[in-house]
Design a protein around this ligand. Structure first.
Ligand SMILES: NC(=O)c1ccc[n+]([C@@H]2O[C@H](COP(=O)([O-])OP(=O)(O)OC[C@H]3O[C@@H](n4cnc5c(N)ncnc54)[C@H](OP(=O)(O)O)[C@@H]3O)[C@@H](O)[C@H]2O)c1
Length: 252
């Protein structure tokens, strides 16, 4: 039996490690070819490419710094040149730095907005131009139902991406379906120990953290559907329900 994404080519940003890696491999499991985007994680990206080829799908690694317009403005064209077509874009790469309203700088806000919202949107526009039709999934954050007082530039950039997801869904319909997945507590921030999420899991109604596989499952669901656009799925064990009501925020 044919797999759901056979014959499709996907570009997953930030796919060398962690959640992006899980999404890239899950697309490969469904028969999709995958372009593994990376910035610094060259070796990890090459390892994901090798793992995908083991699944008998095609795969390539492509580099672009999402803070450098001269690099990300050519990414979609380079993807199409490599694979011959592009059907799926998953905007997963992001930066996540600490700051509060007391010390956030314009420079940090601009960086977060460029990497986490503007570059993904720019890739969507290029995807529309080069592919004409297909599916996009943006990785947002369930905390956009409220605020993250300890990562102010980050959460503001994700609010922008959340709105851009819905606006773009309308703008690029009916040919391109644009949806989002908003993770909750999944992995500790890069470099932090695992205890970080164990300490916070009591704030999740389901009393545990999720896994990269939970996120990849939601991305696949959106990629397989032909009647969803502008839908953002919270994969967060119900935590958005608390934050939406202005509930406790233990990061603060
Ligand atoms: N982890 C969680 O629990 C959680 C919770 C809520 C939302 N999310 C969202 O889910 C997505 C995946 O999360 P994650 O924790 O797996 O992400 P992550 O590890 O923090 O970042 C993923 C990748 O983004 C790439 N990246 C960062 N800055 C870049 C830049 N300037 N240019 C190009 N690439 C850049 C990095 O690639 P290189 O390593 O190649 O440089 C990095 O490996 C993100 O959008 C995140 O905001 C995650």
């Amino acid at each position: 039996m044919a797999k759901a994404l056979e014959g499709k080519v996907a570009l997953v940003t930030g796919a060398g490690k962690r959640i992006g890696r899980a999404i890239a491999l899950a697309i490969g499991d469904e028969g999709g070819d995958v372009i593994v985007h990376y910035r610094d994680s060259f070796e990890e990206a090459e390892a994901v490419v090798a793992a995908l080829k083991e699944k008998n799908v095609r795969s390539w690694a492509l580099k672009a710094d999402l803070e450098k317009p001269e690099e990300y403005s050519t990414l979609i064209k380079r993807a199409v040149d490599s694979a011959g077509r592009l059907d799926i874009l998953v905007n997963n790469a992001s930066i996540f730095q600490k700051d509060t309203l007391k010390d956030v700088t314009l420079e940090s806000l601009k960086r977060h907005i460029e990497v986490n919202a503007w570059a993904p949107f720019s890739l969507i526009r290029d995807f529309a131009r080069f592919s004409g039709r297909g599916k996009v999934v943006n990785l947002i954050d369930a905390r956009v139902h409220g605020y993250d007082w300890a990562h102010v530039a980050y959460i503001l950039s994700k609010h922008v991406l959340n709105e851009l997801t819905k606006m773009s869904a309308i703008e690029f319909a009916p040919d391109i379906m644009i949806n989002g997945v908003s993770p909750g507590l999944i992995l500790p921030p890069p470099g932090a120990e695992h205890g970080y999420i164990d300490r916070l899991k009591g704030t999740v109604p389901l009393k545990r953290h999720g896994s990269p596989a939970d996120i990849a499952d939601a991305v696949l669901y959106l990629l397989k559907s032909d009647f969803l656009t502008g839908t953002i799925i919270d994969v967060d064990g119900g935590r958005h329900l608390i934050e939406y009501q202005g509930g406790p925020h233990t990061d603060k």
